[in-house]
Design a protein around this ligand. Structure first.
Ligand code: IYR
Length: 222
């Protein structure tokens, strides 16, 4: 790798402390309004909004800046139908055979089952793949580092960007997800990370009344 040129940090903005208080509070309030939704409207979503959200996600920090991700945005109805059919097959196995009683009990408050109509109904499925290496032009492999951490961070930014834009999303992880490589024609060095179902909520959408842990429960200052 060649040494890059280094430039001055010009994008950083230093705010007065009082501004920081307000900004952090406002952002927290905005994020507390985010809810995972399972009832999607079929109303179309602007592709350029999704592109902006993906640009934000792809700005995430990553191991050695190798950006070990690929996003497939599925708007095509026939492909969404194929993904739904394949996912529901796996989910049927999960709910009826694979999941332990303990796991099913943990899921009970969410009211989920093997039926995934949103995979066809929502206008976009953003399928996030993690890449374990990049193939160089000479056929050798450039290995990626901290792949799961990097893709997790990018996914968090994507979820935040989608919410900030005024849309809703659902993190969906059918297991196993290998069928996504086949349906979407992705190479073997890419592993499906999760499906982010994206769109507007159905007008009649409902959400479970489940709490987040308090700051005291999840934070320790030393
Ligand atoms: N993938 C299944 C089960 C599921 C698992 C967890 I952990 C969840 O938080 C939600 C669902 C499904 O999508 O139904």
């Amino acid at each position: 790798m060649q040494k890059p040129e280094w430039t001055k940090l010009e994008s950083y903005v230093r705010y007065p402390e009082s501004t920081m208080e307000v900004r952090s509070e406002d952002f927290c309030a905005e994020m507390l309004r985010r809810r995972t939704v399972r009832q999607f409207s079929s109303e179309p979503v602007s592709r350029s909004v999704i592109e902006n959200c993906l640009r934000a996600a792809a700005s995430a920090p990553s191991g050695a800046n190798l950006q070990p991700w690929h996003f497939v945005v599925v708007g095509d109805p026939e492909t969404r139908k194929q993904i739904r059919n394949a996912a529901e097959k796996e989910e049927h196995e999960f709910y009826h055979h694979r999941a332990s009683p303990e796991w099913l009990e943990a899921l009970a408050p969410l009211g989920t089952d093997e039926h995934k109509p949103y995979l066809e109904r929502a206008p976009f499925l953003i399928v996030i793949f993690s890449r374990s290496y990049t193939l160089r032009a000479d056929g050798t492999r450039l290995k990626h580092y901290y792949v799961n951490e990097s893709v997790g961070i990018a996914t968090g930014i994507l979820i935040t960007a989608i919410h900030h834009a005024g849309l809703v999303s659902l993190t969906h992880t059918p297991s196993p997800m290998g069928f996504l490589n086949r349906i979407l024609g992705r190479p073997k060095e890419e592993r499906p990370y999760l499906i982010l179902v994206t769109g507007y909520p159905e007008k009649t959408a409902v959400i479970p009344n489940i709490p987040k842990k308090t700051l005291d429960e999840v934070v320790t200052f030393v």
